[in-house]
Design a protein around this ligand. Structure first.
Ligand code: GTQ
Length: 366
């Protein structure tokens, strides 16, 4: 698309003298910038990851099979991770984001640990699932969203349930490793003691537009750790009644830190969007990577010129600076997409950038 053979771009023609010069530099662990300048300063972002969709229907039997193959005591976490073929080297599903599907049998409890990577969960199936984050036990239902900010002790289990619990994990492990800042600790007692009432943060901070007048909170992440599907869907449904929505995302709301209105964690943000019956969006692209989870309904997305059909609990990704648009398959029922992203990183470093797709009424050919 762009021609590098223009004034201001590197276009040095190699000669035997230059080749000898490069070899001499290399002996001193040095090099000539103009040999790599066009690669390291691309005209626009070039994502490594490719657009992908992981079918829940295809993966679910294997997720359940893992129940019989490994125990959480041995595996640490029993997770089928989703890997982008172009990001295998960093265990990322897209960009610098990791995702996986974790499963626990009734009665199982995984031990507590903490790390510098931040984590989030989106619950897929099963009741009886719980997670304990910094001494608070949170009970989990399908489509609930939970955060495990960096540095917080966390452990998960399934008690009281009669069927396995399955949820999606999202972590910024690849980013924190790229920044060479990861730490990992196992809890000295394997399990934390529960120090706060069950669902305490949900009760204190999960009330619509009401916050405690004197919040006892100084940490850089949301004091609200669980966002229930019930309240999220209710909020989206109400909002859908009074907005035209975004031309690119339909009716979209961000899960936020209720004290600041900012992202739930410093490195990862999350959203839930509703595509109303018959709705299809226009394409846009932005810096920052996104992993989607189909919370409700079915439809398709066109990502980088490739069409992906999706249905409930499928997971798909949109790499940075890749055109994408979404369509609901139903003319009457809404479809809902949960997503998490690295936008807080992009925004806090002032490198978030967005562009609308103009040709063909905003729709990619595919
Ligand atoms: O539950 O803490 O899928 O540490 C990957 C790494 C889950 C977790 C993952 C983790 C976790």
């Amino acid at each position: 698309m762009h021609d590098d053979n223009v004034a201001g771009r590197a276009r040095v023609v190699e000669t035997p003298e230059l080749a000898a010069f490069y070899r001499a530099l290399a002996q001193h662990e040095a090099g000539a910038l103009w040999t790599v300048a066009n690669d390291i300063e691309p005209w626009e972002p070039k994502p490594h990851a490719i657009p992908m969709l992981w079918s829940y229907e295809a993966l679910r039997p294997m997720v359940l099979q893992s129940l019989e193959l490994v125990r959480p005591e041995d595996a640490g976490r029993r997770v089928v991770m989703l890997v982008n073929p172009k990001r295998r080297d960093v265990s990322a599903a897209v960009g610098w984001l990791y995702t996986g599907i974790q499963v626990m049998k009734p009665g199982e409890a995984a031990s507590a640990h903490r790390h510098m990577a931040s984590a989030l969960r989106f619950i897929i199936e099963g009741s009886g699932a719980y997670t304990v984050v910094d001494g608070e036990r949170l009970t989990l239902q399908a489509n609930d969203f939970v955060i495990t900010p960096n540095g917080t002790w966390h452990e998960h289990g399934n008690d009281g349930g009669t069927s396995p619990c399955i949820w999606q994990d999202g972590l910024d492990i690849p980013l924190i490793n790229a920044l060479e800042a990861n730490f990992y600790q196992v809890h000295p007692e394997l399990h934390q003691s529960v120090a706060r009432p069950v669902n305490a943060s949900h009760l204190a901070y999960g009330n619509p537009a009401l916050k405690p007048l004197e919040p006892d909170w100084r940490k850089p992440y949301s004091p609200l750790l669980k966002f229930s599907w019930e309240r999220t869907y209710e909020a989206l449904s109400h909002y859908a009644g009074v907005t035209d929505g975004s031309p690119f995302d339909g009716v979209v709301m961000e899960y936020v830190n209720p004290l600041t209105g900012g992202s739930v964690m410093p490195t990862m943000g999350a959203q839930m969007q509703m595509l109303r019956g018959g709705e299809s969006t226009r394409a846009h692209r932005h810096t920052g990577n996104v992993i989607y989870h189909v919370a409700k309904g079915s439809g398709h997305s066109v990502i980088g010129g490739t069409g992906f059909d999706w249905k409930e609990h499928d997971i798909f990704c949109v790499p940075s600076w890749t055109w994408h648009e979404h369509a609901n398959a139903s003319a009457s029922d809404d479809a809902c997409l949960f997503s998490f992203n690295d936008f807080p990183v992009m925004k806090s470093l002032a490198i978030y950038h967005e562009q609308a797709y103009v040709p063909n009424d905003g729709h990619q050919a595919y």
